[in-house]
Write a protein that binds this ligand. Structure first.
Ligand SMILES: Cc1ncc(COP(=O)(O)O)c(C=O)c1O
Length: 380
């Protein structure tokens, strides 16, 4: 087994909503949520029911056959963009690969690909080319596609008639939880429209309601040609999806495909999750509880917190110290979180987190920071 796995030394055997449990009965508030993919929390009854209903029927069929569940999901997703067309796959990085191929096929002859500094778009070779972090890239740097990584401020000016495609995360998650501002979002959209560059918004972490709307880019003037989704779409089952403006066309014949993409079991769960977004008003509630949580963390007044940045339930607390010891200490005290870059503690609370969970997590973070501050002061 690769050393990628199991580093936290924690095996979970059960979970309900925002709470998970190990075999000894010890519980954690889970604001890690499978790196944000358990967006509805664990074992949401509506999603469990959808999976159970789908399981006795064929799990996987060829993409050349028709699936009612896939059609339903296609219809739902296509409503996100004008005359939206949809491609389904199995993960975020795969969806980015699909978006990259599709965009380049729409703009033959153009060679320039633009992405942002701090961007994270995945780890396969195309998406790794778009990812900024040199640590993730260095071993394969010579094989990657030429991508111009520009600062947020420089982005609109970097888009020109040579540009085939521009990739933007409405909120940079992995790169440190940096929400893009509306002035930049609007300017990037305008530059893409004027130059004819294809605008791709990577909503893998920010989308599907987590940040307060189905697509977070809609809050900041990002009007994509292609929107990319994954993570929470099927409540934690593997899925990736891209939606694009239908008038742009389609993949060239035999230009793309996926064995499992859009399989009936996962499409059924994703369709149920789409239903929940609307029936439970989860995006609105994410905006409200995210603001509440941010105010609790700001209210801690810890001298170790430099800044709290959030959109809805995607929240990062930037520290003046390394984030890893804080994440470890949180786990010791019953809270699962993750880092986003070296100094940011990231919380990816599920829609089903309750007020008491936010209060407990904020209080625990306060205790952890107090302990780390005392340790630092003692060492000075
Ligand atoms: C914005 C963004 N893009 C792409 C990815 C890659 O998704 P996956 O891990 O499903 O390949 C991630 C995963 O964290 C992400 O946050």
């Amino acid at each position: 087994m690769s050393s990628i796995y199991g580093g936290r030394g924690l095996e979970l055997v059960a979970g309900q909503g925002a709470v998970v449990r190990d075999a000894k009965g010890e519980t954690w508030i889970d604001f890690l949520c499978g790196n944000g993919s358990a967006l509805f929390g664990h074992c949401h009854p509506v999603l469990v029911e959808a999976a159970q209903k789908a399981l006795p029927s064929p799990w996987t069929i060829s993409s050349s056959l028709i699936s009612g569940a896939r059609d339903g999901l296609r219809e739902a997703l296509s409503s996100l963009l004008p005359k939206g067309r949809v491609f389904l796959c199995n993960s975020g990085t795969e969806a980015i690969e699909a978006a990259l191929k599709l965009a380049l096929s729409f703009r033959p002859g153009r060679k320039k690909i633009v992405a942002l500094r701090r961007a994270f778009h995945g780890r396969t070779m195309g998406s790794l080319s778009l990812t900024f972090n040199p640590q993730y890239r260095k071993t394969w740097a010579e094989f990657l596609l030429p991508v111009r990584h520009v600062s947020v401020e420089d982005a609109p000016g970097a888009i020109d008639a040579e540009t085939a495609v521009v990739f933007v995360e409405p909120v940079q998650g992995e790169g440190g939880v940096y929400p893009l501002d509306a002035a930049t979002g609007t300017a990037v959209t305008k530059a893409c429209r004027e130059s004819g560059a294809i605008l791709v918004t990577d909503e893998i972490q920010s989308g599907w309601g987590r940040c307060g709307s189905l697509l977070a880019g809609s809050q900041i003037g990002l009007d994509p040609d292609i929107a990319v989704l994954a993570k929470g779409v099927a409540g934690g089952l593997p899925i990736g999806a891209i939606v694009w403006r239908g008038e742009l066309g389609d993949f060239p014949p035999r230009g793309h495909g996926s064995t499992y993409g859009g399989n009936p079991v996962i499409a059924s769960v994703a369709l149920a999750s789409w239903g929940l977004l609307h029936s439970e008003r989860y995006p609105d509630r994410a905006a409200e509880s995210g603001d509440f949580f941010a105010s609790l963390i700001e209210g801690l007044g810890s001298p170790l917190i430099r800044e709290v940045r959030h959109r809805g339930l995607l929240l990062g607390a930037e520290l003046s110290i390394k984030a890893d010891p804080a994440v470890r200490e949180l786990q010791e005290r019953g809270v699962l979180a993750l880092n986003a870059g070296p100094q940011v503690v990231r919380f990816l609370a599920p829609f089903t987190a309750e007020r008491e969970h936010f209060v407990t997590v904020a209080k625990t973070l306060g205790e952890v920071l107090e302990k780390l501050k005392n340790a630092r002061d003692a060492a000075d």
